[in-house]
Ligand binder design. Structure first.
Ligand code: PMP
Length: 523
Protein backbone atom coordinates (compact mmCIF):
# COMPACT_ATOMS: atom_id res chain seq x y z
CA UNK A 1 0.00 0.00 0.00
CA UNK A 2 1.29 3.43 -0.91
CA UNK A 3 0.85 5.78 2.03
CA UNK A 4 2.16 8.97 0.52
CA UNK A 5 2.13 10.35 -2.94
CA UNK A 6 5.78 11.32 -3.08
CA UNK A 7 6.29 14.02 -5.70
CA UNK A 8 8.74 12.99 -8.36
CA UNK A 9 11.89 15.11 -8.29
CA UNK A 10 12.99 15.69 -11.82
CA UNK A 11 16.63 15.57 -12.87
CA UNK A 12 16.66 19.23 -13.75
CA UNK A 13 15.14 20.35 -10.43
CA UNK A 14 17.41 18.29 -8.25
CA UNK A 15 20.89 17.14 -7.55
CA UNK A 16 21.88 13.84 -6.00
CA UNK A 17 24.26 13.94 -3.06
CA UNK A 18 25.34 10.81 -1.22
CA UNK A 19 22.38 8.86 -2.54
CA UNK A 20 19.85 11.52 -1.42
CA UNK A 21 17.96 13.82 -3.64
CA UNK A 22 18.00 17.49 -2.76
CA UNK A 23 16.51 20.42 -4.51
CA UNK A 24 19.12 22.52 -6.26
CA UNK A 25 20.34 25.77 -4.72
CA UNK A 26 17.45 27.60 -3.09
CA UNK A 27 16.69 31.28 -3.34
CA UNK A 28 15.49 31.22 0.29
CA UNK A 29 19.02 31.10 1.68
CA UNK A 30 21.61 33.86 1.43
CA UNK A 31 23.83 33.59 -1.61
CA UNK A 32 26.85 34.03 0.63
CA UNK A 33 27.98 30.51 1.61
CA UNK A 34 28.28 29.97 5.34
CA UNK A 35 31.57 29.33 6.99
CA UNK A 36 32.43 25.77 8.02
CA UNK A 37 35.99 26.57 9.02
CA UNK A 38 35.30 26.73 12.77
CA UNK A 39 33.97 23.23 13.01
CA UNK A 40 36.63 21.93 10.65
CA UNK A 41 39.21 22.97 13.19
CA UNK A 42 37.71 20.51 15.69
CA UNK A 43 36.15 17.87 13.45
CA UNK A 44 37.57 17.97 9.93
CA UNK A 45 35.62 14.87 8.90
CA UNK A 46 32.25 16.14 10.13
CA UNK A 47 29.43 14.74 8.03
CA UNK A 48 25.70 15.18 8.70
CA UNK A 49 24.87 11.61 7.89
CA UNK A 50 27.16 10.34 10.65
CA UNK A 51 27.20 12.24 13.94
CA UNK A 52 30.13 10.18 15.18
CA UNK A 53 32.22 12.00 12.57
CA UNK A 54 31.84 15.12 14.76
CA UNK A 55 34.24 13.52 17.25
CA UNK A 56 36.65 16.30 18.21
CA UNK A 57 40.20 15.49 17.10
CA UNK A 58 43.80 16.56 16.83
CA UNK A 59 46.20 18.14 19.30
CA UNK A 60 43.25 19.48 21.24
CA UNK A 61 42.51 16.08 22.67
CA UNK A 62 45.98 15.47 24.01
CA UNK A 63 45.98 13.02 26.87
CA UNK A 64 42.53 11.62 26.11
CA UNK A 65 42.51 7.81 25.96
CA UNK A 66 41.99 6.31 22.48
CA UNK A 67 38.52 6.40 20.95
CA UNK A 68 38.23 2.56 20.86
CA UNK A 69 38.99 2.40 24.58
CA UNK A 70 36.31 5.01 25.29
CA UNK A 71 33.77 3.07 23.26
CA UNK A 72 34.66 -0.15 25.12
CA UNK A 73 34.16 1.65 28.44
CA UNK A 74 30.85 2.98 27.16
CA UNK A 75 29.71 -0.59 26.44
CA UNK A 76 30.83 -1.72 29.87
CA UNK A 77 28.98 0.98 31.83
CA UNK A 78 25.92 0.86 29.61
CA UNK A 79 25.52 -2.83 30.30
CA UNK A 80 26.17 -2.43 34.01
CA UNK A 81 23.45 0.22 34.06
CA UNK A 82 21.00 -1.87 32.04
CA UNK A 83 21.52 -4.78 34.43
CA UNK A 84 20.09 -2.59 37.18
CA UNK A 85 16.78 -2.13 35.36
CA UNK A 86 15.15 -5.48 34.56
CA UNK A 87 11.65 -4.13 35.28
CA UNK A 88 12.08 -1.27 32.80
CA UNK A 89 13.04 -3.82 30.17
CA UNK A 90 10.00 -5.97 30.95
CA UNK A 91 7.67 -2.95 30.76
CA UNK A 92 9.10 -1.78 27.48
CA UNK A 93 8.93 -5.25 25.94
CA UNK A 94 5.29 -5.59 26.99
CA UNK A 95 4.50 -2.11 25.67
CA UNK A 96 5.76 -2.89 22.18
CA UNK A 97 2.40 -4.47 21.40
CA UNK A 98 0.53 -1.16 21.49
CA UNK A 99 3.13 1.63 21.24
CA UNK A 100 5.75 2.47 18.66
CA UNK A 101 9.06 1.07 19.98
CA UNK A 102 7.21 0.38 23.23
CA UNK A 103 7.39 4.14 23.89
CA UNK A 104 4.46 6.56 24.14
CA UNK A 105 6.05 10.01 23.75
CA UNK A 106 8.57 11.16 21.20
CA UNK A 107 10.86 12.73 23.81
CA UNK A 108 11.09 9.43 25.67
CA UNK A 109 12.44 7.90 22.50
CA UNK A 110 15.30 10.37 22.57
CA UNK A 111 17.01 8.30 25.25
CA UNK A 112 18.09 6.08 22.35
CA UNK A 113 19.27 3.55 24.94
CA UNK A 114 18.65 -0.18 24.32
CA UNK A 115 16.16 -0.06 27.21
CA UNK A 116 14.05 2.96 28.07
CA UNK A 117 14.27 3.73 31.80
CA UNK A 118 10.80 3.73 33.42
CA UNK A 119 10.09 6.14 36.22
CA UNK A 120 8.20 5.29 39.42
CA UNK A 121 8.18 8.73 40.95
CA UNK A 122 10.06 12.01 41.22
CA UNK A 123 10.29 14.58 43.96
CA UNK A 124 12.25 17.86 44.11
CA UNK A 125 15.57 17.08 42.42
CA UNK A 126 15.33 13.29 42.70
CA UNK A 127 13.83 10.49 40.62
CA UNK A 128 13.30 6.79 41.35
CA UNK A 129 12.90 4.23 38.59
CA UNK A 130 10.66 1.16 38.66
CA UNK A 131 13.59 -0.94 39.93
CA UNK A 132 14.00 1.48 42.85
CA UNK A 133 17.26 2.92 41.56
CA UNK A 134 17.63 6.44 42.93
CA UNK A 135 18.87 9.22 40.69
CA UNK A 136 19.72 12.88 41.05
CA UNK A 137 17.68 14.35 38.23
CA UNK A 138 19.67 16.82 36.17
CA UNK A 139 17.70 16.65 32.91
CA UNK A 140 14.11 17.41 34.01
CA UNK A 141 12.65 16.19 30.75
CA UNK A 142 14.83 18.63 28.78
CA UNK A 143 13.75 21.65 30.88
CA UNK A 144 10.01 21.54 31.82
CA UNK A 145 10.49 20.46 35.45
CA UNK A 146 13.71 22.40 36.07
CA UNK A 147 12.17 24.27 39.02
CA UNK A 148 11.69 20.94 40.79
CA UNK A 149 9.30 18.00 40.76
CA UNK A 150 6.25 17.64 42.98
CA UNK A 151 4.90 19.43 46.01
CA UNK A 152 8.16 21.19 46.94
CA UNK A 153 7.53 23.34 43.88
CA UNK A 154 4.77 25.78 44.96
CA UNK A 155 3.44 26.08 41.41
CA UNK A 156 2.84 22.35 41.10
CA UNK A 157 1.23 22.22 44.52
CA UNK A 158 -1.10 25.12 43.65
CA UNK A 159 -2.00 23.58 40.28
CA UNK A 160 -2.82 20.23 41.90
CA UNK A 161 -4.99 21.90 44.53
CA UNK A 162 -6.79 23.99 41.93
CA UNK A 163 -7.46 20.86 39.88
CA UNK A 164 -9.36 19.36 42.80
CA UNK A 165 -11.16 22.48 43.92
CA UNK A 166 -11.79 24.56 40.79
CA UNK A 167 -11.85 22.06 37.95
CA UNK A 168 -9.53 22.11 35.00
CA UNK A 169 -11.24 23.98 32.21
CA UNK A 170 -14.47 25.94 32.57
CA UNK A 171 -13.91 27.62 29.16
CA UNK A 172 -14.37 30.94 30.89
CA UNK A 173 -12.19 33.75 32.09
CA UNK A 174 -10.65 33.31 35.53
CA UNK A 175 -9.20 35.93 37.86
CA UNK A 176 -5.83 34.17 37.72
CA UNK A 177 -5.44 34.75 34.00
CA UNK A 178 -5.18 38.53 34.26
CA UNK A 179 -2.75 38.29 37.18
CA UNK A 180 -0.59 35.85 35.23
CA UNK A 181 -0.54 38.12 32.17
CA UNK A 182 0.40 41.16 34.29
CA UNK A 183 3.22 39.11 35.84
CA UNK A 184 4.46 38.23 32.36
CA UNK A 185 4.71 41.91 31.49
CA UNK A 186 6.75 42.51 34.66
CA UNK A 187 9.16 39.74 33.74
CA UNK A 188 9.41 40.00 29.99
CA UNK A 189 8.43 43.59 29.12
CA UNK A 190 5.80 42.99 26.44
CA UNK A 191 2.29 44.24 27.32
CA UNK A 192 -0.03 41.71 25.65
CA UNK A 193 -0.08 37.94 26.22
CA UNK A 194 -1.88 34.76 25.24
CA UNK A 195 -1.69 31.21 26.47
CA UNK A 196 -0.76 28.03 24.65
CA UNK A 197 0.01 24.50 25.77
CA UNK A 198 3.42 23.88 24.26
CA UNK A 199 6.31 26.04 23.13
CA UNK A 200 5.81 24.67 19.64
CA UNK A 201 2.29 26.06 19.66
CA UNK A 202 3.33 29.46 21.04
CA UNK A 203 5.87 29.78 18.28
CA UNK A 204 3.41 28.59 15.67
CA UNK A 205 0.84 31.20 16.76
CA UNK A 206 3.43 33.97 16.68
CA UNK A 207 4.45 33.04 13.15
CA UNK A 208 0.80 33.24 12.10
CA UNK A 209 0.31 36.57 13.84
CA UNK A 210 3.45 37.99 12.24
CA UNK A 211 2.23 36.97 8.78
CA UNK A 212 -1.20 38.45 9.44
CA UNK A 213 -0.06 41.82 10.68
CA UNK A 214 2.75 42.33 8.17
CA UNK A 215 1.01 40.72 5.18
CA UNK A 216 4.30 39.01 4.34
CA UNK A 217 4.60 35.32 3.43
CA UNK A 218 8.03 34.26 4.77
CA UNK A 219 9.71 33.74 8.11
CA UNK A 220 13.46 33.62 8.78
CA UNK A 221 15.41 31.45 11.22
CA UNK A 222 19.10 30.80 11.83
CA UNK A 223 20.56 27.62 10.46
CA UNK A 224 20.43 24.62 12.85
CA UNK A 225 17.91 26.18 15.18
CA UNK A 226 15.06 24.38 16.95
CA UNK A 227 11.68 25.87 17.81
CA UNK A 228 9.49 22.79 18.16
CA UNK A 229 7.19 20.79 15.96
CA UNK A 230 6.52 23.47 13.37
CA UNK A 231 6.93 22.60 9.75
CA UNK A 232 8.44 25.97 8.84
CA UNK A 233 11.09 25.86 11.56
CA UNK A 234 12.04 22.20 11.20
CA UNK A 235 14.41 23.12 8.44
CA UNK A 236 18.12 23.53 7.98
CA UNK A 237 20.69 24.39 5.37
CA UNK A 238 22.91 21.27 5.23
CA UNK A 239 25.05 22.91 2.58
CA UNK A 240 25.11 26.36 1.07
CA UNK A 241 22.04 26.98 -1.06
CA UNK A 242 20.08 23.91 0.03
CA UNK A 243 17.17 23.81 2.47
CA UNK A 244 16.21 20.43 3.85
CA UNK A 245 13.77 19.24 6.47
CA UNK A 246 15.38 17.83 9.63
CA UNK A 247 13.88 14.44 9.30
CA UNK A 248 14.26 14.40 5.55
CA UNK A 249 11.00 12.68 4.88
CA UNK A 250 11.04 11.99 1.17
CA UNK A 251 7.91 13.96 0.47
CA UNK A 252 9.64 17.14 1.64
CA UNK A 253 12.73 16.90 -0.52
CA UNK A 254 11.45 18.96 -3.36
CA UNK A 255 9.76 21.93 -1.76
CA UNK A 256 11.11 22.31 1.71
CA UNK A 257 11.98 25.98 1.50
CA UNK A 258 8.45 27.27 1.08
CA UNK A 259 7.85 29.98 3.64
CA UNK A 260 11.21 29.69 5.37
CA UNK A 261 14.39 31.67 4.81
CA UNK A 262 17.56 30.57 6.52
CA UNK A 263 20.47 32.73 7.61
CA UNK A 264 23.70 32.06 9.46
CA UNK A 265 23.87 32.73 13.21
CA UNK A 266 26.28 35.57 14.03
CA UNK A 267 26.45 36.67 10.39
CA UNK A 268 24.63 39.96 9.79
CA UNK A 269 25.41 39.95 6.09
CA UNK A 270 23.59 36.66 5.61
CA UNK A 271 20.63 37.94 7.63
CA UNK A 272 20.42 41.08 5.51
CA UNK A 273 20.41 38.97 2.36
CA UNK A 274 17.33 37.18 3.71
CA UNK A 275 15.51 40.33 4.73
CA UNK A 276 16.24 42.71 1.90
CA UNK A 277 13.46 41.62 -0.48
CA UNK A 278 10.91 42.69 2.17
CA UNK A 279 9.13 39.31 2.18
CA UNK A 280 10.02 38.25 5.72
CA UNK A 281 7.34 38.73 8.37
CA UNK A 282 9.42 37.73 11.38
CA UNK A 283 12.86 36.57 12.47
CA UNK A 284 12.58 33.90 15.14
CA UNK A 285 15.57 32.86 17.22
CA UNK A 286 16.91 32.20 20.72
CA UNK A 287 19.05 34.73 22.62
CA UNK A 288 21.73 32.01 22.86
CA UNK A 289 21.37 28.99 20.62
CA UNK A 290 20.77 26.11 22.98
CA UNK A 291 20.07 23.13 20.80
CA UNK A 292 22.83 21.35 18.81
CA UNK A 293 25.23 22.01 21.69
CA UNK A 294 25.40 25.73 22.42
CA UNK A 295 26.34 28.69 20.20
CA UNK A 296 26.88 32.07 21.86
CA UNK A 297 26.14 35.41 20.22
CA UNK A 298 29.14 37.43 19.11
CA UNK A 299 29.51 40.98 20.40
CA UNK A 300 27.04 43.20 18.52
CA UNK A 301 25.02 40.36 16.96
CA UNK A 302 21.71 41.04 18.69
CA UNK A 303 21.99 44.79 18.25
CA UNK A 304 22.71 44.22 14.57
CA UNK A 305 19.72 41.90 14.22
CA UNK A 306 17.47 44.49 15.82
CA UNK A 307 18.76 47.23 13.50
CA UNK A 308 18.23 45.07 10.39
CA UNK A 309 14.74 43.94 11.36
CA UNK A 310 13.77 47.56 11.91
CA UNK A 311 15.34 48.62 8.63
CA UNK A 312 13.31 46.06 6.65
CA UNK A 313 10.07 46.25 8.65
CA UNK A 314 10.44 42.68 9.92
CA UNK A 315 9.27 41.67 13.39
CA UNK A 316 11.75 40.15 15.84
CA UNK A 317 10.75 37.25 18.09
CA UNK A 318 12.83 35.60 20.81
CA UNK A 319 12.06 32.04 21.86
CA UNK A 320 13.19 31.65 25.48
CA UNK A 321 12.00 28.11 26.04
CA UNK A 322 15.53 27.01 26.96
CA UNK A 323 17.11 30.26 28.11
CA UNK A 324 14.36 31.05 30.63
CA UNK A 325 16.53 29.81 33.51
CA UNK A 326 19.17 32.48 32.83
CA UNK A 327 17.48 34.65 35.45
CA UNK A 328 14.06 35.75 36.72
CA UNK A 329 13.64 37.88 33.56
CA UNK A 330 15.13 35.40 31.11
CA UNK A 331 18.23 35.83 28.97
CA UNK A 332 16.60 38.58 26.92
CA UNK A 333 16.06 40.58 30.10
CA UNK A 334 19.62 40.14 31.35
CA UNK A 335 21.09 40.88 27.93
CA UNK A 336 18.84 43.94 27.49
CA UNK A 337 17.45 42.77 24.15
CA UNK A 338 14.76 44.65 22.25
CA UNK A 339 12.02 42.62 20.54
CA UNK A 340 8.43 42.63 19.25
CA UNK A 341 7.40 39.11 20.22
CA UNK A 342 8.49 36.65 22.88
CA UNK A 343 7.59 33.05 23.50
CA UNK A 344 8.26 30.32 26.01
CA UNK A 345 6.95 26.94 27.09
CA UNK A 346 8.17 24.01 29.17
CA UNK A 347 9.27 25.48 32.55
CA UNK A 348 7.20 28.67 32.33
CA UNK A 349 4.50 26.93 34.39
CA UNK A 350 6.88 24.59 36.21
CA UNK A 351 6.29 21.69 33.83
CA UNK A 352 2.50 21.72 34.08
CA UNK A 353 1.58 21.80 30.35
CA UNK A 354 1.52 25.45 29.40
CA UNK A 355 3.24 28.06 27.26
CA UNK A 356 2.87 31.77 26.56
CA UNK A 357 3.35 34.19 23.71
CA UNK A 358 3.64 37.93 24.08
CA UNK A 359 3.50 40.83 21.66
CA UNK A 360 3.89 44.59 21.40
CA UNK A 361 0.74 46.71 21.74
CA UNK A 362 0.76 47.75 18.05
CA UNK A 363 0.78 44.10 16.98
CA UNK A 364 -2.12 43.33 19.30
CA UNK A 365 -4.11 46.30 17.95
CA UNK A 366 -3.51 45.21 14.37
CA UNK A 367 -4.49 41.68 15.22
CA UNK A 368 -7.73 42.68 16.90
CA UNK A 369 -8.60 44.78 13.86
CA UNK A 370 -7.74 41.95 11.47
CA UNK A 371 -9.72 39.48 13.57
CA UNK A 372 -12.74 41.76 13.45
CA UNK A 373 -12.54 42.03 9.67
CA UNK A 374 -12.02 38.29 9.17
CA UNK A 375 -15.18 37.61 11.17
CA UNK A 376 -16.28 34.01 11.42
CA UNK A 377 -13.17 32.61 9.76
CA UNK A 378 -10.92 34.06 12.46
CA UNK A 379 -12.88 32.29 15.20
CA UNK A 380 -10.88 30.64 17.94
CA UNK A 381 -12.68 27.39 17.16
CA UNK A 382 -10.89 27.34 13.83
CA UNK A 383 -7.59 27.02 15.65
CA UNK A 384 -5.78 30.21 14.65
CA UNK A 385 -4.45 31.07 18.10
CA UNK A 386 -5.21 28.20 20.40
CA UNK A 387 -7.26 25.15 21.12
CA UNK A 388 -9.71 23.69 23.61
CA UNK A 389 -7.31 23.48 26.52
CA UNK A 390 -5.47 26.80 26.19
CA UNK A 391 -6.07 29.16 29.09
CA UNK A 392 -7.18 26.25 31.31
CA UNK A 393 -7.27 26.84 35.04
CA UNK A 394 -4.65 24.32 36.12
CA UNK A 395 -2.03 25.64 33.68
CA UNK A 396 -2.86 29.26 34.43
CA UNK A 397 -2.53 28.79 38.19
CA UNK A 398 0.81 27.03 37.67
CA UNK A 399 1.95 29.90 35.45
CA UNK A 400 0.88 32.57 37.94
CA UNK A 401 2.60 30.87 40.89
CA UNK A 402 5.76 30.18 38.87
CA UNK A 403 5.96 33.89 38.05
CA UNK A 404 5.15 35.06 41.58
CA UNK A 405 6.98 32.53 43.73
CA UNK A 406 9.55 30.66 41.64
CA UNK A 407 10.89 32.97 38.94
CA UNK A 408 11.86 35.64 41.44
CA UNK A 409 15.25 37.22 42.20
CA UNK A 410 15.68 35.59 45.63
CA UNK A 411 15.10 32.07 44.27
CA UNK A 412 17.46 32.80 41.39
CA UNK A 413 20.16 33.99 43.79
CA UNK A 414 20.19 30.50 45.29
CA UNK A 415 20.01 28.75 41.94
CA UNK A 416 22.88 30.85 40.58
CA UNK A 417 25.06 30.08 43.61
CA UNK A 418 24.49 26.34 43.16
CA UNK A 419 25.08 26.44 39.40
CA UNK A 420 28.25 28.49 39.91
CA UNK A 421 29.47 25.90 42.42
CA UNK A 422 29.03 23.14 39.83
CA UNK A 423 30.62 25.26 37.09
CA UNK A 424 33.67 26.04 39.26
CA UNK A 425 33.93 22.38 40.26
CA UNK A 426 33.92 21.14 36.66
CA UNK A 427 36.45 23.79 35.65
CA UNK A 428 38.73 22.77 38.55
CA UNK A 429 38.49 19.12 37.46
CA UNK A 430 39.56 20.01 33.90
CA UNK A 431 42.55 21.91 35.30
CA UNK A 432 43.46 19.07 37.68
CA UNK A 433 43.72 16.52 34.84
CA UNK A 434 44.93 18.91 32.13
CA UNK A 435 41.76 18.12 30.16
CA UNK A 436 41.23 20.31 27.04
CA UNK A 437 37.53 20.76 27.82
CA UNK A 438 35.34 23.54 29.18
CA UNK A 439 32.30 24.13 31.33
CA UNK A 440 29.65 26.61 30.19
CA UNK A 441 26.99 28.18 32.37
CA UNK A 442 23.74 29.87 31.35
CA UNK A 443 21.81 30.59 34.56
CA UNK A 444 20.69 27.24 35.96
CA UNK A 445 21.82 25.41 32.81
CA UNK A 446 25.31 23.97 32.55
CA UNK A 447 27.09 22.08 29.83
CA UNK A 448 30.42 20.29 29.75
CA UNK A 449 32.03 20.61 26.37
CA UNK A 450 34.71 18.40 24.88
CA UNK A 451 36.59 21.26 23.21
CA UNK A 452 38.43 24.10 24.88
CA UNK A 453 37.04 27.18 23.04
CA UNK A 454 33.62 28.72 23.41
CA UNK A 455 31.40 27.90 20.41
CA UNK A 456 29.81 30.70 18.41
CA UNK A 457 28.38 28.58 15.63
CA UNK A 458 26.02 25.62 15.96
CA UNK A 459 28.23 23.18 14.07
CA UNK A 460 31.05 23.70 16.54
CA UNK A 461 28.26 23.25 19.08
CA UNK A 462 27.80 19.73 17.75
CA UNK A 463 31.55 19.01 17.79
CA UNK A 464 31.78 19.95 21.46
CA UNK A 465 29.22 17.27 22.38
CA UNK A 466 31.88 14.66 21.60
CA UNK A 467 29.77 12.13 19.73
CA UNK A 468 31.75 9.01 18.83
CA UNK A 469 33.15 8.06 22.25
CA UNK A 470 33.37 10.93 24.73
CA UNK A 471 29.62 11.61 24.74
CA UNK A 472 28.69 7.95 24.93
CA UNK A 473 31.07 7.05 27.75
CA UNK A 474 30.21 10.16 29.77
CA UNK A 475 26.50 9.41 29.62
CA UNK A 476 26.69 5.70 30.43
CA UNK A 477 29.07 6.43 33.31
CA UNK A 478 26.86 9.12 34.81
CA UNK A 479 23.62 7.17 34.43
CA UNK A 480 25.22 4.08 35.98
CA UNK A 481 26.35 6.25 38.88
CA UNK A 482 22.88 7.63 39.56
CA UNK A 483 23.13 10.96 37.74
CA UNK A 484 20.46 11.60 35.14
CA UNK A 485 22.02 13.95 32.62
CA UNK A 486 20.34 14.91 29.36
CA UNK A 487 20.33 12.00 26.95
CA UNK A 488 21.09 13.91 23.77
CA UNK A 489 23.87 16.23 24.85
CA UNK A 490 26.00 17.12 27.86
CA UNK A 491 23.57 19.35 29.66
CA UNK A 492 22.90 19.57 33.36
CA UNK A 493 20.14 21.60 35.02
CA UNK A 494 20.30 22.80 38.61
CA UNK A 495 16.97 23.06 40.44
CA UNK A 496 16.14 24.93 43.67
CA UNK A 497 15.72 21.63 45.58
CA UNK A 498 19.13 20.15 44.77
CA UNK A 499 21.07 19.78 48.00
CA UNK A 500 24.76 20.38 48.66
CA UNK A 501 25.08 16.60 48.93
CA UNK A 502 23.59 16.22 45.43
CA UNK A 503 26.02 18.74 43.97
CA UNK A 504 29.00 17.15 45.76
CA UNK A 505 28.01 13.73 44.44
CA UNK A 506 27.73 15.08 40.91
CA UNK A 507 31.17 16.65 41.10
CA UNK A 508 32.76 13.52 42.60
CA UNK A 509 31.43 11.31 39.79
CA UNK A 510 32.39 13.97 37.25
CA UNK A 511 35.94 14.04 38.63
CA UNK A 512 36.25 10.26 38.29
CA UNK A 513 34.82 10.39 34.78
CA UNK A 514 37.33 12.98 33.59
CA UNK A 515 40.20 11.11 35.30
CA UNK A 516 39.20 7.99 33.30
CA UNK A 517 38.89 9.93 30.05
CA UNK A 518 42.34 11.41 30.63
CA UNK A 519 43.83 7.96 31.35
CA UNK A 520 44.65 8.90 34.95
CA UNK A 521 42.29 6.40 36.49
CA UNK A 522 41.27 2.88 35.51
CA UNK A 523 37.74 2.72 34.07
N1 PMP B 1 11.76 26.16 21.44
C1 PMP B 1 12.96 25.73 21.84
C2 PMP B 1 14.11 26.67 21.87
C3 PMP B 1 13.12 24.40 22.22
O1 PMP B 1 14.32 23.96 22.57
C4 PMP B 1 12.00 23.54 22.20
C5 PMP B 1 12.08 22.09 22.63
N2 PMP B 1 13.29 21.59 22.95
C6 PMP B 1 10.77 24.04 21.77
C7 PMP B 1 10.68 25.36 21.41
C8 PMP B 1 9.55 23.17 21.69
O2 PMP B 1 9.04 22.88 22.94
P1 PMP B 1 7.81 21.88 23.09
O3 PMP B 1 8.37 20.53 22.82
O4 PMP B 1 7.37 22.04 24.49
O5 PMP B 1 6.79 22.27 22.11
Amino acid sequence: MKLFDIPAVTESASASRGGRVFRKASDMVPSKPFDYSHVQKWAPDADFTDLASFYPVAGEKQGVIPQEQLLALYEKYLHLWLEKMPTSKKLQDAGRKNMLWGIFGSYQKDWETPVLPFSKHCDGGKLWDVDDNEYIDLQFSDTPSMFGHGASNPAIKAAAESLLTTGIDPMMGTADQAIAAAELEKHFKLPVWMHALTASDSNRYLLSIARCVTGRPNIAIPNFTYHGTIDETQKMMPEPGVISRYHEMPQYYAEVDHGTKIFTWNDLESLEECLKDGSVAVVMMEPIMSNFGWAWPQEGWHEGVRALTEKYGTLLCYDETHTLGYDWNGAAGVMGLEYDMWSCGKAISSGIPGAVFGMAREIADQLEKWQHEAGFFAGAGLGFLGNALTGNTMSTVALRVTMQEVMIPSVFEEIHAKAQFVHDGMTATFEKYGAPFRSEIMGNRLCFHFISDRAHDPLTGIAQIGFGGLFEFAHAYMWYNGLLIMPFFNMVLVCPQHTQEDLDKYLAVFDDMIAIIMGQKQG
